[in-house]
Design a protein around this ligand. Structure first.
Ligand SMILES: Nc1ncnc2c1ncn2[C@@H]1O[C@H](COP(=O)(O)OP(=O)(O)OP(=O)(O)O)[C@@H](O)[C@H]1O
Ligand SMILES: [Mg+2]
Length: 505
């Protein structure tokens, strides 16, 4: 497989710095190292995930006869709340460069008959993959599209003269044609419907032609210098979807195999073109989009996207413990078990019909996670347990972990708050003893009340910093130091008062 930079699906705040190869091309140790940048501890889970990811690549290298026999090692991550299960998945998604989706198992059991149809997760995965491949392809041809759009913008500014110079109203909108007659007058802004430049000027008029060419080049320079950005130009745009149709979604649970209802209807309605006057920079954006559509071969995108789903796709099923039910009871549990049964064929490998064609799920990697507080993995129906052969436990976090979580990850909370404070022109400095104190308090509150893991750090820190964040543009000092005494002064009262603690932390 070609090396493709990890194009993380939802544009992350910090894209993986140096264009990473596909995560699966990294050896497991490197994958763990990538995860280490964001997640503290939880070595067992990281290791299992890394092996599973790398095995996808190993499989692709294996001889064909055996390749189809190698099944992915689906994983269940088990661990208390707030210790990083979802976080690992989220990071994986950003790093993977492979189609990835995260679904909540409970959403398939929502009120009404079995909520959403379980196969929809594969359809979503396909959509993610299509978008991913399309945007990669678009990146490849972007310079060409940009160039073509520039020519079209120039056509707008200085419409190409059609064969007969006497009647310049050929593109004929009527509007403004009176003024247009004078060659020196303001140009009429009309888009040529195809967009390509047609300098079909009769040879006889070389002089006029030459002048036009020079004008065009002058305009091109002005464009480059950004002098024309605010000019209004009139362009023809395809009328976007009818907003009404967007709302006409099929009722929950009635989603057919292949339906995108509104899209179907939109294909039926003839596309209307409409002239609109827009700023030049917007016109350029629209034209680039159009050119990209012409340059990217959608069939090719679909093929590649389906292939990626089948061989590299990852589905993360969160909250899987929520679809377990004690066996004997009736009621909602019936539908929970129903969801488990619906999951079976998908996890084991079946063919799902999607808008873009059939997709086999045999080699899609499934990672499930759950707190399993009340239910145990053994409460899942046995067939499903068997489909998730690898179990990893995430450990609950202690004070030491809290200290690291607050400081080490690239997106660590202390760094986040420092950035927020910096926006108001102040600096926020956490001293080591301050961090230690926060960790201690978070641990203590977790112990005395419910253990919500690292999420406690959020509540403790917001409480601690509330005053600063509230006062800020006017806070007396511009360099705010959070050290041990500051933390104690602000928080101990709350921690030691049972009622306050209950409500605030
Ligand atoms: N090991 C960790 N390293 C760094 N940050 C962590 C870690 N564990 C938890 N966090 C932080 O705590 C928050 C909650 O973690 P996460 O969403 O992964 O919990 P979870 O294990 O999925 O819990 P739940 O079972 O409630 O869904 C995350 O936003 C993350 O910032
Ligand atoms: Mg979670």
């Amino acid at each position: 497989m070609a090396k493709t930079p990890a194009a993380a699906p939802p544009a992350p705040a910090t894209p993986p710095a140096d264009a990473l190869p596909w995560l699966e091309e990294l050896p497991p140790k490197k994958i763990v190292a990538e995860l280490d940048r964001y997640i503290v501890g939880q070595e067992a889970a990281k290791k299992a995930v890394a092996i599973a990811i790398r095995n996808r690549w190993r499989r692709s290298q294996a001889p064909e006869e055996i390749r189809d026999e190698i099944v992915p090692n689906n994983i269940i991550m088990i661990g208390p709340t707030g210790v990083g299960k979802t976080e690992i998945a989220r990071r994986l998604a950003r790093l993977a460069g492979a189609p990835f989706i995260k679904v909540e198992a409970s959403k398939f059991t929502e009120v009404g008959y079995v909520g959403r149809d379980v196969e929809s997760m594969i359809r979503e995965l396909v959509d993610v993959s299509i978008n991913m491949v399309r945007s990669e392809r678009e990146d490849d041809v972007y310079p060409t599209a940009e160039q073509r759009a520039e020519e079209r913008v120039l056509d707008l500014l200085l419409p190409p003269v059609p064969a007969a110079p006497a009647s310049p109203s050929a593109p004929g909108t009527g509007a403004g044609s009176g003024e247009q007659g004078a060659a020196a007058g303001r140009p009429l802004f009309v888009v040529s419907s195809k967009g390509d430049v047609q300098p079909k000027m009769p040879e006889a008029e070389t002089e006029a032609g030459e002048r036009r060419r020079r004008t065009r080049e002058k305009l091109r320079q002005q464009l480059k210098d950004g002098q024309l950005e605010e000019r209004d130009v009139e362009i023809e745009v395809q009328q976007q979807s009818f907003p009404m149709l967007e709302m006409m979604q099929p009722p929950q649970g009635m989603e057919g195999p292949d339906v995108n209802f509104s899209e179907m209807l939109q294909d039926l309605i003839p596309k209307k073109k409409k002239r609109r006057s827009v700023h030049l920079h917007e016109a350029r954006r629209i034209l680039i989009d159009e050119e990209l559509k012409k340059l990217v071969d959608m069939d090719d995108v679909v093929n590649e996207a389906l292939d990626r789903v089948e061989n590299h796709g990852i589905v993360f099923i969160d909250e899987i413990d929520k679809i377990t039910g004690e066996r004997s009871t009736t009621g909602p549990d019936v539908s929970r078990e129903g969801v488990q049964r619906d999951l079976l064929p998908i996890v084991e490998g079946s063919t799902v019909q999607t808008r873009y064609g059939y997709v086999r799920t045999d080699h899609v990697l499934f990672i499930a996670a759950g707190a399993f507080h009340i239910a145990k993995p053994s409460d899942l129906i046995p067939e499903l347990q068997g489909r998730f052969p690898i179990r990893v436990e995430l450990t609950s976090l202690n004070e030491e972990d809290f200290v690291r979580i607050m400081t080490e990850p690239e997106n660590a909370l202390t760094k986040q708050y420092a950035a927020l404070v910096a926006a108001d022109g102040a600096t926020l400095e956490f001293k080591e003893d301050g961090i230690r104190e926060i960790a201690r308090i978070a641990g203590k509150v977790n112990e005395r009340m419910e253990n919500i893991g690292a999420r406690r750090l959020h509540t403790v820190l917001t409480t601690l910093l509330e005053e600063v964040l509230f006062e800020l543009p006017d806070y007396p000092t511009k360099h705010i130091v959070i050290d041990g005494p500051a933390v104690r002064e602000r928080l101990l009262k709350i921690v030691d008062d049972e009622d306050l603690r209950r409500y605030i932390l």
